[in-house]
Ligand binder design. Structure first.
Ligand code: HEC
Length: 126
């Protein structure tokens, strides 16, 4: 009986760590990377502007990123990494889910985030 409980506990623990490794693992940019908004801008325009708008003010497919909801205290830089890697379920708006965006490294996403943060500061979203 004791062994059985132990096995059940071990199985549960391995499922839990497996889920954590798959879902919540936050992609990390390279050590010492200096996120550069000038590198982020063209990547943003190529991969994000279609939905979030060339001026970050949104489109008919996605919300504005120059919005209080996306200020750093509400959506951290990690939430950008997670949204790009895993997509994001519809929860704040009515545009539907955001699909994962392929073809970007964590460094690319850090550059994009630096660009978005710069534009947010200019627009007074901080
Ligand atoms: C096909 C459309 C589409 C594209 C392309 C897209 N997004 Fe999104 N994104 C959305 C939608 C829709 C939401 C809002 C989901 C909600 O909260 O209802 C969203 C939400 C987000 C969020 C918030 C996630 C959260 O935790 O609430 C971030 C950050 C984000 N997008 C960043 C990006 C970045 C960076 C790119 C480019 C690499 C990008 N998106 C490309 C549609 C898109």
């Amino acid at each position: 009986m004791k062994t059985r409980n132990l096995l059940v506990a071990l199985a549960a623990a391995s499922i839990a760590t497996g889920a954590a490794a798959q879902g919540m693992d936050i992609p990390r940019p390279s050590r010492g990377l200096m996120p550069n908004p000038n590198l982020g801008k063209p990547l943003y325009e190529g991969k994000c502007a279609e939905c979030h708008g060339a001026m970050l003010t949104g489109s008919d497919k996605g919300p504005p990123l120059l919005h209080k909801v996306y200020e750093p205290s509400h959506h951290s830089d990690a939430s950008f990494q997670l949204a790009v890697k895993n997509g994001s379920r519809q929860h704040h708006w009515k545009f539907g889910d955001m699909a994962p965006v392929p073809g970007l490294t964590p460094d690319d996403v850090a550059h994009i985030t630096a660009y978005v943060r710069g534009q947010q500061r200019r627009a007074g979203v901080r």
